[in-house]
Structures are given as structure tokens and as C-alpha cells.
Design a binder for this molecule. Structure first.
Ligand SMILES: N[C@@H](CCC(=O)N[C@@H](CS)C(=O)NCC(=O)O)C(=O)O
Ligand SMILES: [Fe+2]
Length: 367
């Protein structure tokens, strides 16, 4: 509690750090608990469905996506999020990206609910790099400027070590010492640092290291170019609008929801409409199958423990919906069938309990 019994502003913040293991990129979700307005920093194209599921499950509204720069190693999810959630795209003016809803410059504020991020121009990795500072300066998102005990490379796009050195000293090391820094990448799985730690322990940037020393260090990193650079840069200059590649989509055979847990779910009402087109597998125990909740007329009965061995009894060319009492064991049934090579498989949300609560027909059910 803050003064006068108010909940402090930081307590009202929802904050999640999300990783893309392929590119070692971090995406950050920030939300205002009170209004539900949320922002995604550096969303990744390949993770759009996962991140959208989290936004949904936390009951947030995605208002903005902001990219810290035109990435060279992965495609941004900004364009696909805008299409799905009607979020707005923000990019820095200096990025050169086309098709954004807002172009940012030094000192601009991006609001989400009662909170905001402040823009600081931190060129050096690219011309358009920005650092985003939370309103109370407790956190900053440094993109590919300051990394944990490192920094973004300066040997492609418009990279320039002297420019980066000045950005770090004038825009990041001037933040409060305790300000927690969240980088755009970490290649060792480290998650966060702070201004004071980097001032003391960053081998390229700690106190006492001059611009010349830094430039000498950066010219000798000897890193191979990112594998995706030829695809990623042009796509990111279009805010991630796909060209000749499919947009990420949940399976399309039914109105499925993909959960943050990674399971496709089908609402009972949609299953009832499609009972003739899908195979329903009930994975409960025998006593439950013939118990008071009853079972779905067309369901095939295979207890969860037998599912892996008996999967061959199911037709791989027809979608499968798994069912249990509450929707828990049947979620694991989805995983087991996917492991067995089934591509179109979903869990019945809420299991037989929700099915019956909605008044849907069940064979052998007790009223
Ligand atoms: N091997 C990675 C290269 C990643 C890379 O070059 N990352 C850039 C950021 S876009 C960087 O600055 N890396 C700093 C470092 O590796 O120390 C790939 O192929 O994507
Ligand atoms: Fe980058």
C-alpha cells in the first residue's frame, strides 16, 4: 500500500516476460489492471497465437504493439496482432518501417490505461532503435541497445559503435541505478539486469571504458550474420505484414480457441453442431462412462491410460475431440494424440460437466 491506503501504481501493473526460443527474443506484455489496456513490446510473428491467448486469458485488451527496432533475426507479430485484435502499431520515426499507426520520437508517450511508456532514442544497433521507459522509471526495455553484460551488435543495418556508446551513456545510464533493464534478447537465458549492474559489470560499457575502447571491442565481435536477415528486414519494414507466407492461424476445422497452455479447445455448443463430422473420444474410466453424467451418443470410449496404444482405432483423416469429466484428462489426451501424429485434435472445454450444465443430450445420463 502506498500513501493514504492507495494501491501503489506498480501494484496495478500486469507484467510478463515471454521468450521466443528460436531467436532468443524477449517479448514483454504490460497491462493496466484497472482498465485492462495492454501493450506488447517486440511481439514475435511465430508466437502471435500464444501471446494472443495470454492477453485473452488475463482479460486484457491489446491496444498497442511497439517494436524497439527493425529486427534482423525474426519477423515482428505487430501486423498480425493488429489484424486479429485491432491493436495499433507503433514504430520509431527513424525506423523506416511503413504502415504503422503511429511514429515515435524522443520523449513521446505511449499510453495504456493509466500508465505509459516513454520513448528514448537509442540508435547504434540500428538508426531507429528506441528504449521504452515505464512512467515511474522502475523498468526500461532496451531492445538491442544494452543487453545483459553485453549490447546489440553494430556491424549491419545502420550499426555504429560510437552512436551506440553515446546512446547508452546519455539515455540509459542516466536512468535511476535501481531501474530494471529488460533486453530484446539474451542468448544464455538470462532475463533482466539493472542500470547499476551494467555500469559496474558490463565488460564493454562499465565505468572507465571510453568510446574508443568500446568501438575497438565492437569491431571485433566476429559474429555470423543472423540466418533470417534477408527475410526479416524486408518483412519488418512492412510492420510484419506477410508476403507469400501464411498467417498464423489456429486449426480451422472448427471455431477453436488456442490456450496459453498450448491446447486447442472447442466449446460444447460448437461440438454439438459438428457431432457428425468429428470423432469424439471419451477418455474417462469405465465406471464414469456408464455413470450418472452419461456420455455423448457418438463417442468412442478409450480410457486415457490406453489411448497411446489404441490410437490406431481412430481415423487420422477426421478431426478428433477428446472428452472427460472436467476437461483436464482430455487435455492430456490431446497431447498424447498429437504426439501420435494426429494434426486436427481439440479438447472439449469443461468436459461432460459443462456439456450437461448446458443441457446437451447425454446417453445414460441421470436427470
Ligand atoms: N545467430 C543469431 C544471430 C543473432 C544476432 O546477431 N543478434 C543480434 C540482435 S538482432 C545481436 O546484436 N546479437 C548480439 C550478440 O549475439 O552478442 C541468428 O542467426 O539469428
Ligand atoms: Fe536486433
Amino acid at each position: 500500500m502506498g500513501p493514504a491506503g492507495r494501491i501503489s501504481r506498480t501494484a496495478m501493473l500486469i507484467f510478463r516476460q515471454l521468450a521466443d526460443p528460436t531467436s532468443s527474443t524477449y517479448t514483454y506484455l504490460l497491462g493496466d489492471k484497472e482498465t485492462g489496456d495492454a501493450i506488447l513490446i517486440d511481439p514475435v510473428y511465430d508466437q502471435v497465437l500464444r501471446d494472443a491467448a495470454l492477453v485473452e486469458e488475463l482479460d486484457l485488451w491489446l491496444k498497442w504493439t511497439v517494436d524497439t527496432h527493425v529486427h534482423a533475426d525474426h519477423v515482428t507479430g505487430a501486423w498480425v496482432h493488429r489484424k486479429r485484435a485491432k491493436s495499433q502499431i507503433a514504430f520509431s520515426q527513424a525506423s523506416g518501417a511503413e504502415g504503422a499507426d503511429r511514429y515515435l520520437g524522443q520523449g513521446d508517450r505511449i499510453p495504456f490505461g493509466g500508465r505509459f511508456l516513454e520513448v528514448r532514442a537509442t540508435p547504434g544497433h540500428t538508426d531507429g532503435c528506441i528504449t521504452l521507459v515505464l512512467d515511474d522509471r522502475s523498468m526500461a526495455f532496451t531492445g538491442d541497445c544494452v543487453l545483459i553484460r553485453g549490447c546489440g551488435r553494430t556491424d549491419f543495418q545502420q550499426g555504429d559503435p560510437r552512436t551506440m556508446f553515446r546512446s547508452v551513456h546519455s539515455q540509459i545510464f542516466t536512468l535511476p541505478d535501481e531501474c530494471v533493464l529488460y533486453p530484446g534478447h539474451d542468448y544464455r537465458g538470462l532475463t533482466a539486469t539493472s542500470v547499476t549492474e551494467e555500469k559496474h559489470f558490463n565488460p564493454r560499457l562499465r565505468e572507465g571504458i571510453g568510446e574508443e575502447d568500446f568501438a575497438g571491442y565492437m569491431k571485433n565481435l566476429g559474429l555470423p550474420h543472423p540466418k533470417q536477415i534477408d527475410v526479416a528486414v524486408p518483412a519488418n519494414l512492412r510492420c510484419g505484414q506477410p508476403e507469400g507466407r501464411e498467417e498464423p492461424a489456429a486449426q480451422t476445422w472448427a471455431p477453436l480457441t488456442l490456450t496459453f497452455a498450448g491446447i486447442h479447445e472447442l466449446h460444447p455448443v460448437f461440438l454439438e453442431e459438428r457431432l457428425d463430422d468429428v470423432q469424439v473420444v471419451d477418455v474417462r474410466e469405465a465406471a464414469e462412462w456408464s455413470g450418472p453424467l452419461g456420455h455423448i451418443r457418438s463417442a468412442k470410449f478409450i480410457p486415457l491410460a490406453d489411448l497411446a496404444q489404441r490410437a490406431a482405432e481412430l481415423d487420422r483423416n477426421r478431426p478428433v475431440v477428446t472428452v472427460c469429466r472436467s476437461g483436464a484428462r482430455s487435455a492430456q489426451a490431446v497431447v498424447i494424440l498429437q504426439r501420435g501424429g494426429f494434426e486436427r485434435v481439440a479438447n472439449l472445454a469443461g468436459g461432460m460437466i459443462l456439456w450437461r450444465a448446458l443441457g446437451l443430450a447425454a446417453t445414460g445420463a441421470q436427470k
